[in-house]
Write a protein that binds this ligand. Structure first.
Ligand code: CMC
Length: 380
């Protein structure tokens, strides 16, 4: 039977209102995104990711003293117990960094000082949210070292979250430009309403499970190429195309063959994704500055054809992909970077869910067989 048979059924929950939130608003008609009332372009261009995380988790932009205090706490909470690294080292070297990241959080959870607190302990949840935020860049950065057979590095207190990831990933002090580009992208990736991974987090804690279990659900859900995994896939697609003079033929062929173009389209934005508008500007400036315009030239051609032929626009994953590539970040770390940012939104949503919880448990329509008669196993 088709979905049209059931008036209340919306495949993929498209258009269904799943809750009321005060965290962020997507305004498709004007291609805008606001976190607690603030335009994401302002947050990305004028502030730092830590300010955005404070805005999300505590509900207001920090003053200088509050920002300093948050940065100090993050620096103090950045390290993870040695046992977490030991657990991560047990994974095969070809494990995807998203699985290493998930393993890192799963291994860390029982070490958290508020591990045994009930799911509804709001103060403990806020403290957990800050520790999750602090540890994410360490788990991803040192996870990259571990899979190369290198020992984890000790995070530096003076680093921002973006710098901490870059330092651990490369073993070198990051330059200001690289840290700035990454920092802006973290703000753009931080929060996005009831997207699939955030919804998974909310479903998880709606059973009165804990924030760490929610983060594990979030990471698993983010990984797929229709969601966060698209940034990796978009870069692999650009690599497959290889050169601007191949792009036009490639995209026409892909569309003829009904291929999904990774990094394009969005359930919520039917025009432009505001995050993509900002990130494209950053990615193009960076590409020009570094003299690596190959990817941005291919990107321009794909964008033009997608817009004129399909009326579909790039989402944030498309420009983020080639910006990260120009920064020299390994491709399979792109989605884990999304985790470093999105833990701020996930935790905020889980706290909001638990402050006014109701078990999330929708219905489904049964279309299976009816009136089956049980037959003993020896007769089947
Ligand atoms: N390439 C080609 N055609 C597309 C694309 C695309 N990237 N996106 C949508 N379409 C077409 C689709 O084929 C369909 O056409 P038709 O009606 O002729 O069958 C129509 O547009 C509607 O697409 P849909 O997949 O039903 O729409 P949706 O709301 O379920 O999809 C989406 C949203 C993000 C899953 C989809 O656009 C997509 O698969 N994009 C590629 C993956 C991607 O970039 N994901 C990242 C999303 S943004 C970052 C994040 O938050 O994770």
């Amino acid at each position: 039977m088709s979905a049209a048979t059931y008036p209340n059924y919306s495949p993929g929950l498209e258009g269904v209102i799943g809750g009321i939130s005060t965290i962020s608003e997507i305004i498709s008609e004007t291609s805008s995104l606001v976190y607690r009332g603030y335009d994401v372009h302002d947050l990305a261009s004028k502030g730092c990711f830590e300010e955005t995380a404070h805005l999300l988790i505590y509900g207001h932009l920090p003053n200088q003293a509050e920002l300093d205090a948050l940065k100090k706490t993050l620096a103090n909470e950045r390290e993870v117990p040695e046992q977490v690294y030991t657990a991560m080292k047990q994974m095969p070297k070809n494990a995807h960094p998203m699985d290493l990241t998930k393993a890192g959080f799963v291994a860390y959870a029982p070490f958290d000082p508020d591990y045994a607190k009930p799911a509804t302990d709001d103060a403990a949840n806020v403290a957990k949210a800050i520790r999750i935020l602090a540890k994410a860049s360490t788990i991803v950065g040192n996870g990259h070292r571990i899979r190369q057979g290198l020992e984890p590095l000790k995070p530096k207190a003076e680093h921002t979250i973006a710098q901490n990831f870059l330092y651990l990933m490369s073993g070198q002090e990051p330059d200001a430009k690289t840290a700035h580009v990454l920092d802006s992208s973290l703000t753009l990736y931080a929060e996005h309403g009831y997207n699939a991974s955030t919804f998974a987090c909310r479903v998880t804690v709606s059973t009165l499970s804990d924030l760490f279990s929610g983060v594990a659900s979030g990471i698993g859900t983010l990984r797929g190429p229709l969601h966060g995994g698209a940034n990796e896939e978009a870069m692999r697609m650009l690599q497959e195309i290889g050169a601007p003079d191949k792009a036009e033929a490639w995209i026409h062929d892909a569309l003829t063959n009904k291929k999904k173009i990774m990094g394009f389209g969005h359930r919520e934005y039917k025009k432009r994704d505001p995050r993509a508008i900002y990130m494209t500007k950053v990615a193009k400036e960076l590409s020009a500055e570094k003299g690596q315009t190959n990817w941005s030239e291919i990107a321009d051609i794909l964008e033009h054809v997608m817009e004129t032929e399909k009326n579909i626009y790039p989402n944030v994953d498309f420009p983020a992909a080639y910006a990260y590539y120009v920064l020299g970040i390994p491709i399979d770390l792109y989605t884990p970077i999304f985790v470093i940012a999105r833990v701020s939104g996930w935790s905020t949503h889980m706290i909001e869910q638990l402050r006014n919880n109701r078990l999330i448990r929708p219905n489904c329509i049964y279309e299976g067989p009816t009136s089956a008669t049980w037959v003993p196993i020896s007769e089947r």
